[in-house]
Every structure is written in C-alpha cells, then in structure tokens.
Design a binder for this molecule. Structure first.
Ligand code: ZN
Length: 553
C-alpha cells in the first residue's frame, strides 16, 4: 500500500462499525498522529476474556513517524488501552487536565507512571506536531474536560469531534464552545469525523440539570437508604447525586475504587471542591437509614464491583435491607443487559426497590441526539461527513442525517480503511486487515490465535482425548484410551467412549504403513473421524487431542 508524502489520510483502526475501542490515525507529509487508544469489553462471543484491545500493528509499522497520541477524553473506550499497548508505540501523550489526572492514576496502578511522557494541553491554543497543527475545543460530555480536535494542515482542516453533546446547563465543566466551532466552520472544514452513538435518537439529549432534578425528586420519595450507581468518571453526575442527597438531608458514602480515583482526579483539577465530607464505609451502618445515600460502582453488572457485592449482601461494610432503594443513574451498555439483570434480580428478591431511567429521569446521555448533530453540521458545513464511534446501524443513520444537512459527501468507514482526502473528496484507497486482541498475564494475544480459538472451541463443544500405544511394528498394543469433557452426559459416557475407541481401532487397522509410520498423519486421520462421529451423534465438534506413544523395544 502506497501513501504518498503529501496525501492527507485518515485511518480508523477501532470504533468504526463497533461501540468501543476508538483508535484513529491521521497522516500528512510522512507524519502520523493517533487520536485515542481505547478498549472494549468482552461479551458472550469472547468467553474467558475481560477486555478487548484494538489491533495497532499498522500504527506500530509507522511508529518512527508517529508524533503524538492525542486523547479526546478519559473514557475507557478512548484511553483504556494505554497501559497495555503504549509500550509498543512509546509515543508522547497529550490530553486535557482531567484526562491526564485520571490517566496518571490508572498508570500508577499499572506501575507505569514513571515511564510515559504526558503533556497537558489547553483549549483554543495551537500545538504543532510536524506537518500538523492541532487545536483543542471545549465540549460538554459525561466526563470533565473532553475536547474536539481540529487537525490543521496546509491542505485544509478536519474536525474530529470526540464524544460530545450540547448542554446549556452541564452543572459541572464546559459547555460546548459553539462560538469557536462557528469560527472553524467559517474558516472551512474538509471533513467532520464524529460521534454516532445517538444518531438513531430523535430530538435533543436532555441536560445534566434534568438528571439532577430527577435524582432529587426520586430521593424525596425514598423512605430508607438509597444507593445510586453511575459511571465512576461521570463527575458531574457524582456532583448531582451529592446535591440531590443534600436537598433531602442525606449524607453520602462513596463505595468503589474507581469512584474514589475519579473524585481524586476531579479535585486535583479543580472540580468537586465544595463537597461536604463523605461518610466512611465503616460508619455508613451507624447512620439513620433515611439519612444515607451510597454512591457505588457496578452499574453495568460487573461482578467484582461494589453493587454486585451489595446486591448479594457480600459487601464488607454496606448492607442494604428490604425497603431500601437502588437508583441506576446510567445507561445499559449493549452487551451488558444480562449481567445487569442478574444484579437487579438479586436486589428485587431482597425486596429492594429499583429505579432506572425508565421509571424516572435519573440519567441523561453524554452523546448528541439527531437535532444536535444537525446543529453541528449547520455550524461546521464540512465538505465530507465521516461517521465513526458506532455500529454499522449508527454510522448509517448518522451518514443519512449528514446528507439531509446538505453535506456534499458522506463516507461510512470500516476499521482498517485508508481514506485519502483530495480536492475535497474522500476515497478509500486501501484497507489494512485488523483483528482484535486481549491481554492475559502480561501478553497481548490475538482473539483469533490458536490458543483462544481452542479455548472457545472447548467451551462450546467440549473436548475428547485419544491415546494410542504402538509397538515397533506400528501395531496397537492395547485398545485406544479415550476420555471426554463436556461432550456427553454421564449415562452416555461409557457407550460413547467405547464407540470412539472402536472407531479409532478400526481406522488404525485400515491405515497403510505410510500413515502408521507418521504420527502427524495418524493424528490427522483419527481426529477428523472422531470429530465427525461426535458431530453426527451429538451435533457438536469437540476439540480432539491425540497422543501417539511408541514403544520401541
Ligand atoms: Zn465518552
């Protein structure tokens, strides 16, 4: 693949066609920039795997010319892969104050804080990275200090929105800087590359003030203790929960490491400075229940988070009782529905009331709905719209909306596309293959590696083990030994194992001397037959292991 020196190029490596794992590259005059380096979380298609990492092999191939990793904000799907993958790039990282404050804490936990160069950036200033000048523009989102990124070259500029919404009353942090965005639009923008999360949601995303009001009203109706779960990094929401608690004469106890980490990062960067003292976990049990609000992690059903432990009454210090209330001040991330339902069922069994955003306005999104997207297109008036940060359906809806806003060209990207901008047109000039990775005991492993494939195969299909003992004439010394895990019920086992033993015996009897003298040829023949016999009996294709042992004497 040939990218010429003067070609302005965009390469999404993650987040295009999926929710999560945002990684984007820009190229101009041999220089490269990376925007965001996020993770995704696994679902039922990736059993035994916690996190999913993007495929950055293409970026690694260009790391000599990679000038910077620029972070739009501190959500996991935008910066969560740094502790696992930074070492492969060893590139300086740039971000706003809160983004770096949270990153520093995460890196310290991973014992990486000393090694990674972090540089704080400020809004409305220009920073030079080789062939690029970059400006950061203030946004409103569900985390402090998010930035849109204007990528300026002598061929024109691109607006990379990051995650954003329009909120005139964000309660904490910035409003989206529409004045500066208007100026950028007036200067002319080649392409708007932007957030598609809520491109299928009509209207406008409600303000944080709505959630604050909703929380206050719901708490007013609660008779006993209230626990509220939200995303730890949603500092404005933490502030809203505290304000709602105060309005209802309740004291607040914070439970969960990620919340303490986010609160400390917020305080370091000038947020949450006027909060009342929190009640410690140990003292929470001593408070009158009608005066207590617990803020806890675990809104996505995470088994190790505080709420799952509280729901099972396994938490060291926090014990909810019948008549208490749990408020989910968060959305369900697609893929987490079952895990969330499990925790909620446990709470309901214990007669604890649950309030979600279906019952009351206790949560608002951090992403722009359709009317906000339209507003942005009318402000920026780009030549090209490239929707990112969404599944194929989100990207399609976003592209259609951009077209309706009179954007001359829309292009729906896929991870790995190499998109070249020339004369205000975007074209996919090539595509690099991208896989997905995970992290396990210090190693970054391809999800399609033999090891993880075998693991999935064994999980879904069980495993069969075949051992044979051959003498020096390649003749079976005893009947083949067979065992199985997860293939059949106990009462069927002896019949199944006997039939497989016979089948292997027959195969060896029929095999010619060329096959019998070659362990690999024997394995190939036997494994195939065991799989197909098991498939026709149980409709599964197990992982088959085979040991060929030869006795020479
Ligand atoms: Zn975000």
């Amino acid at each position: 693949m040939n990218i010429s020196h003067d070609e302005l190029v965009f390469v999404p490596l993650g987040g295009s066609g999926e929710i999560g794992m945002n990684v984007n590259l820009y190229h101009y005059q041999s220089d490269w920039l990376m925007i965001d380096l996020g993770i995704s979380f696994s679902d039922e298609t990736t059993p035994g795997v916690d996190i999913i990492l993007p495929d950055i092999r293409f970026a690694e191939a260009h790391k000599e010319n990679l000038k910077a990793l620029i972070l739009t904000h501190a959500h996991e799907d935008h910066f969560g892969a740094i502790p696992y993958l930074w070492d492969r790039l060893r590139v300086p990282i740039y971000g706003t104050a809160f983004t770096l404050a949270l990153l520093r804490r995460k890196l310290a936990e991973a014992k990486l804080s000393e090694t990674i160069p972090l540089y704080e950036i400020h809004y409305n200033k220009e920073y030079n990275f080789g062939a690029f000048d970059v400006e950061f523009i203030a946004l409103s989102h569900s985390i402090p200090d998010p930035a849109a990124i204007v990528i300026k070259t002598d061929q024109g500029q691109i607006l990379h929105t990051g995650d954003w919404k329009l909120d005139d009353t964000p309660m904490l942090g910035n409003k989206t800087d529409t004045n500066r965005l208007k100026q950028i639009g007036d200067e002319g923008v080649i392409a708007l590359i932007g957030d598609s999360t809520n491109a299928m949601v009509e209207g406008r995303t409600p303000s944080e003030s709505v959630a604050r009001q909703g929380l206050t009203e719901v708490m007013a109706k609660a008779k006993k203790a209230v626990a509220v779960t939200c995303f730890a990094s949603n500092v404005a929401r933490i502030d809203s929960i505290v304000a709602a608690a105060k309005a209802n004469s309740r004291h607040v106890c914070v439970v969960g490491r990620a919340l303490h980490r986010a609160i400390s990062a917020a305080r370091d960067t000038g947020y949450l400075t006027n909060l009342p003292d929190f009640v410690s976990e140990e003292d929470a049990g001593l408070m009158p229940r009608e005066n207590l609000v617990i803020i806890c992690t675990g809104s996505q059903g995470e088994v190790r988070a505080a709420l799952a432990k509280i729901a099972n009454n396994m938490h060291e210090n926090i014990h909810l009782q019948s008549g208490d209330m749990v408020i989910y001040s968060s959305r369900q991330i697609p893929g987490n529905e079952n895990a969330i339902a499990k925790v909620q069922n446990q709470l309901l069994r214990r007669k604890i009331e649950i309030i979600t955003d279906e019952e009351a306005p206790v949560h608002v999104s951090g992403h722009p709905a359709r009317d906000e997207l339209s507003d942005l297109y009318h402000i920026i008036r780009p030549q090209i719209a490239i929707p990112v940060h969404g599944t194929a359906r989100h990207l399609e809806a976003h592209a259609k909306l951009a077209k309706a806003c009179q954007v001359p060209q829309t292009l729906i990207p896929e991870n790995g596309n190499i998109i070249s901008f020339q004369k205000n047109k975007a074209n996919v000039i090539d595509t690099v293959e991208v896989s997905q990775f995970t992290h396990e005991s210090g190693n970054v492993i391809d999800l399609q590696s033999d090891m993880l494939r075998s693991r999935r195969q064994m999980l879904w299909n069980g495993s069969v083990s075949v051992s044979i003992l051959l003498d020096s004439m390649d003749i079976l010394i005893q009947a083949p030994t067979i065992s199985q895990e997860g293939v059949c019920l106990e009462e069927e086992e002896s019949d199944y194992l006997g039939s497989i033993s016979l089948l292997v015996d027959n195969q060896l009897e029929k095999a010619n001397t060329k096959i019998l003298s070659d362990d690999n040829a024997i394995k190939k023949m036997v494994i195939g037959r065991v799989k197909s016999a098991t498939k026709s009996r149980f409709r599964i294709r197990p992982k088959v292991h085979m040991h060929v042992i030869r006795i020479s004497a």
